[in-house]
Design a protein around this ligand. Structure first.
Ligand code: AMP
Ligand code: GLY
Length: 419
């Protein structure tokens, strides 16, 4: 099969690697891809949000299947568009993608189906905000309704902060929506639970724990994710049953009732409090960097899984996992998640001789005059598998030392809960 992969981050590099390793794949194009995918696929520099142009490229490369990495094209309806033009694509339709695209939509489903989540109010103006504050305790969490590239959530310790942040949102700071969700702060342990879903079935697709704060000991501002590991031991059988029964099943049913069944990866972002799961967020794609620790553990051919999904035959296949643990540490540009400098030379990667259990996934990198340079906040995902998290992390540190990139930093306490 000829496969097109949309996206350019670390998540897409590992997806590309797995597609490349599949017995079923022939030509792979990445739109736009990164220097990591360039080694195993053909990168095509194109704005994937321009669906007409994208369609032309897909047709001219005789693509049999499109796999969508990031959320934005999904929320904008790439699946509906390509399906209308008879192109097969892996991912949810536009309506279902609102689970991530609109926090108000997701919360309304929670309310209707009594899904455990933080108490909340959808606010359209200051009056709504004042009303909710009156009956709640601080801190509270302000969330922009629409997509906000990871910058839409603020945990507010004071009323003043709540008013400042909400006012910015009402004024249109995040262009997609002027609504917000105001909700209670949940104090627990976060975990990410993944499923792969077709119109009739769903299957477990791994668990992981991310580290969102930029600083060690979970300090500092939120980021896109500084490192992750899989599996997440907090997700045991008992908890999994609760997640499925109280959260996943009612959500999938809600979409089926609207005749817009969910398909694709489903990322269930959870807060675990006293062994009970609360839904924090849905993402309609794999997590980044969670994908980089889940896919190296996958035994089954990924393209076979994609095919089963788009044919609604997930019940006919078995998804097998290696009995290995996996961790990734994100090497970031200094200053991230604030101001960073780009175009900084990364010298030592080509010379590294990695063992079979280690991978470097590219994220914010690019080639400039044939030299590898940084191109974003999260630059490289140094990933390794093994039996013991402590040893895996040691191995990752070794690789980072060999890369010796003086413009970068990383968290040295990734996996503190399991080490
Ligand atoms: P979200 O975009 O909804 O995932 O929010 C980003 C991050 O903010 C989450 O991963 C949590 O760390 C934190 N967060 C979001 N909602 C809450 C909440 N109600 N209570 C505590 N932390 C939250
Ligand atoms: N790692 C968090 C996310 O992918 O949204």
């Amino acid at each position: 099969m000829n496969i097109a992969l949309i996206g350019s981050g670390g998540r897409e590099h590992v997806l590309c690697q797995k597609i490349y390793e599949s017995k079923l794949s022939k030509n792979i194009i990445c739109i736009p891809g990164n220097p990591g995918t360039k080694k195993i696929a053909k990168n095509i520099d194109l704005d994937f949000l321009n669906f007409q142009k994208l369609l032309k490229t897909i047709k001219s490369h005789k693509i049999d299947l499109v796999v969508v990495g990031p959320e934005e094209p999904l929320v904008r309806g790439i699946v509906d568009f390509l399906n209308k033009h008879k192109v097969k694509v892996f991912g949810p339709n536009k309506y279902a993608a609102k689970l991530e695209g609109s926090k108000a939509f997701m919360k309304s489903i929670c309310k209707k189906f009594k899904i455990p989540t933080a108490q909340f109010k959808i606010c359209k103006n200051k009056k709504d905000v004042v009303k909710f504050i009156k009956n709640s305790k601080l801190p509270l969490v302000v969330k922009a309704d629409g997509l906000a590239a990871g910058k839409g959530v603020t945990i507010c310790k004071t009323k003043k902060e709540i008013f400042t942040i909400s006012n910015e949102i009402f004024k249109g700071k995040f262009k997609t929506s002027r609504k917000l969700v105001l909700e209670e702060f949940l104090n627990g342990e976060e975990a990410s639970y993944f499923l792969i879903v077709d119109k009739k079935n769903y299957k477990f697709f791994g668990s992981a724990q991310d580290h969102k704060r930029v600083g060690e000991n979970e300090r500092g501002p939120n980021t896109g994710g500084m490192g992750a590991y899989s599996p997440a031991p907090i997700i045991n059988k008992d908890l999994e049953e609760k997640i499925i029964k109280k959260i996943v099943k009612p959500t999938l049913l809600a979409l089926k009732n609207k005749k817009k069944p969910y398909t694709g990866f489903l990322y269930v972002g959870l807060m675990i409090i006293n062994k009970e799961p609360y839904l924090i967020e849905y993402n309609v794609r794999m997590g980044d960097p969670e994908c980089q620790v889940i896919l190296p553990r996958l035994k089954t051919d990924l393209v076979k899984i994609f095919n089963a999904t788009i044919n609604n035959r997930l019940n006919k296949i078995k998804i097998n996992w290696k009995k290995l643990k996996c961790m990734t540490i994100v090497l970031c540009s200094k200053g991230y998640p604030g101001k960073i400098k780009k175009d900084k030379l990364i010298k030592n990667i080509e010379r590294l001789n990695l063992l079979k259990n280690s991978f470097i996934f590219h994220a914010g990198t690019k080639l400039k005059k044939n030299k590898l340079v940084s191109n974003g906040g999260r630059v490289l995902n140094i990933t390794s598998t093994g039996k013991v998290f402590k040893k895996i992390r040691k191995n990752i540190f070794k690789i980072i030392k060999m890369i010796n990139w003086k413009y970068g930093f990383y968290r040295k306490d990734i996996g503190w809960r399991v080490i």
